[in-house]
Write a new protein. Structure first.
Length: 286
């Protein structure tokens, strides 16, 4: 475990390999260890794989300012790249919450993007009629549930974080189990202040009082077409694939969408060999 300071926050991160930097961004409910199948593979291929714990996810610091909006996450990521690799653009592979911030910083700090399981942030409102089909509302119920005060924090910790078990079982492909990794997630969420901080990413999406007002122009840049070559991945068993099928118009540069058969929401853990092959093929030789 290594540590580095970026954007005023003390970040913990996992690292292996040398060469061009690949920054691996996790989502919720998860930790940097979600990339345990990708880190050694990227290192063996000649890359420097770095997986940080996002702000608010112990052992990374839980900042007092309470900002967890996408502009703040994008700024964290850009400054991490600067601190870890100087001015050299990085490759980025991201999932869920991490994937939602990636488009903001693509043009500034990345040379290629691989993102899993996410519709691009500023596109959600435009696609709202489709996203509001009952099955998609049910699939993403947590976005609304997490807007409530206090109740989510109390519900999630009940019965040894059974809520986390439920999300992983609900979102993963049928029969997939990842008990040791989920136990690690629960240990992280049990740290003082961690649960409220991690839910802060969701609350900042809908509550304008929870976003950093100094980053408004950065958040607006999410509306710009993405010029960086981008590979979007989704599990073939993930319902969200229906919302990701038609995103070509949001990319000004090279864009490729791939479904991974037999995988659900956590495709990088469910089908690591297939996902690793797709990522390495996209990034190319270092």
């Amino acid at each position: 475990m290594n540590r580095i300071r970026a954007n005023g926050v003390d970040f913990a991160y996992l690292e292996d390999g040398g060469g061009p930097l690949v920054l691996l961004l996790h989502g919720f409910p998860d930790t940097a260890r979600t990339w345990s199948h990708q880190i050694p593979t990227l290192a063996a291929a000649g890359y420097r794989a770095v997986a940080p714990y996002l702000r608010g996810y112990p052992p990374t610091e839980i900042p007092r300012d309470g900002f967890y909006d996408m502009g703040t996450l994008a700024t964290d990521t850009a400054e991490l790249i600067q601190s870890l690799g100087g001015g050299t653009p990085a490759y980025i592979s991201s999932a869920r919450i991490g994937a939602r911030a990636s488009p903001i910083l693509c043009s500034q700090r990345s040379r290629s993007l691989s993102a899993a399981r996410s519709s691009w942030p500023s596109r959600i409102a435009r696609r709202w009629p489709g996203a509001c089909y009952a099955k998609h509302v049910h699939r993403s119920f947590h976005w609304w549930f997490f807007q409530l005060a206090d109740l989510p924090e109390r519900a999630i910790v009940e019965n040894d974080f059974a809520f986390v078990d439920y999300l992983w079982e609900y979102w993963a492909s049928p029969g997939y189990r990842d008990a040791a990794h989920i136990a690690d997630i629960k240990r992280m969420l049990s740290e003082p202040g961690a649960l409220q901080a991690t839910l802060g990413y969701y609350r900042a999406v809908f509550d304008p009082h929870k976003v950093d007002p100094n980053l408004e122009s950065l958040r607006r840049s999410m509306d710009q077409p993405i010029a960086v070559p981008t590979l979007a991945l989704c599990g073939g068993d993930d319902l969200r694939a229906e919302l990701m099928m038609d995103q070509t118009q949001y990319f000004a540069g090279q864009y490729r969408f791939e479904l991974v058969p037999g995988a659900g929401h956590f495709l990088h853990r469910e089908k690591p060999a297939e996902v690793n092959r797709l990522i390495l093929d996209w990034f190319g030789k270092p």
